[in-house]
Design a protein. Sequence first.
Lengths: 145, 86
Amino acid sequence: MWLFNFLPDFISIFLINIVLIVGLVATFSSYFIKYIPVVTPYASLIKTGGIILLIIGAYLHGRYDNDQVWQDKVTALEAKVKASEQQSKDANSRISDLLNEKTKAVKEKQIVIQEKIKEVATKIDSECRVSPDVIEILNNSARKK
Amino acid sequence: MKTILISFLFLFLVGCAVPVQRTFPTAPEAIKVSCPDLQLIQPTTKLSEVVTVVTNNYSQYQECQLKMDAWIEWYDKQKDIFNSVK
């Protein structure tokens, strides 16, 4: 990043354009300046200075335009990132809602099953007596270790 | 003249570039809850009490299954969203 980039855009482009215009004017005027006797001794100096300024101005202008292109790309990418963050939040919200809905259905089903067990508890308890071994086996399989 | 030259060169100094920042997406709080341990059966001879605990555990498993499915869906969606930004 150039230090030019820290200047406000209008100042940067103004300075660059000044350099470019001065370079252009000096370069072209150097061809006619020899006809003005007072400044004739400086003709070659003006020409050299003009060409240097023209090259620097053209380079800086190209650099500025290139920076603008990248700035535009960054701005576009930032907009995409912002949109994707919103999409991400929307997706999270949808997943949460769906999970809550499905969990609620599981809990409701469980309540119905518990009620059913209560209804038939007397009957199944009278028909079957559970051995302690069965409880041990079930508990062992439910434990992590 | 020296000052002007130094000032002009100063304009050509190179600084650092600022990249576009992307934050890691956060998962919904509901799916970040760990699944509880399975319930154990208290010593009893009643089948109804055993069945109650077993069905509770089934229910708990189903809730965990839903959370797992939600994680898979979250990952797939976030991956799609992440890949869509280029």
